[in-house]
Design a protein around this ligand. Structure first.
Ligand SMILES: [Zn+2]
Ligand SMILES: [Zn+2]
Length: 148
């Protein structure tokens, strides 16, 4: 399975996927709306789009759950957040500031760039706000290799 290019995901969808991953079970759209303090209709719309792209399933009784591809994608989104966070703390930001700052721009950083930064940091397993899991694609990067 070719990993999905994540640049097509809006910051809002990124936040929802990370939320579903951390929740580790189904979430009702009303619950998501409450968590992010947004109108339920905006959540329903975003969830519909995520379902059409195969990242979540929305069932009446179980609520919204991640598909296998959605799970992989969410793990990457969390790694992206934490790798970028680590980089900012190397340049003088506190952990809390780095988390907040990264949330402003993380959605615009490509998978390839994150994999290369991850590699150059030596695939760290601890981020500021939690652990970092790596996939075979980032770990198969070798020095001097431009792309995978
Ligand atoms: Zn964070
Ligand atoms: Zn890595």
């Amino acid at each position: 399975m070719q990993p999905r290019e994540v640049l097509t995901l809006s910051p809002r969808k990124v936040a929802y996927l990370k939320f579903l991953h951390e929740k580790n079970s189904g979430a009702r759209t009303g619950e998501i709306a409450e968590h992010f303090a947004v109108d339920p209709s905006t959540v329903t719309k975003a969830v519909g789009e995520l379902a059409r792209s195969g990242l979540v399933v929305h069932q009446r009784y179980l609520g919204v759950t991640l598909t296998e591809e959605g799970q992989e994608c969410a793990e990457f989104l969390i790694r992206r957040h934490r790798i970028l966070g680590l980089i900012l703390t190397h340049y003088g930001l506190s952990g809390e500031e780095a988390c907040r700052e990264v949330e402003r721009f993380e959605s615009y950083v490509s998978r390839d760039a994150v994999n290369r930064m991850c590699h150059s940091l030596g695939h760290p397993t601890r981020g500021i706000c939690g652990s970092i899991t790596h996939d075979s694609r980032c770990c198969s990067l070798h020095d001097g290799e431009e792309n995978v």
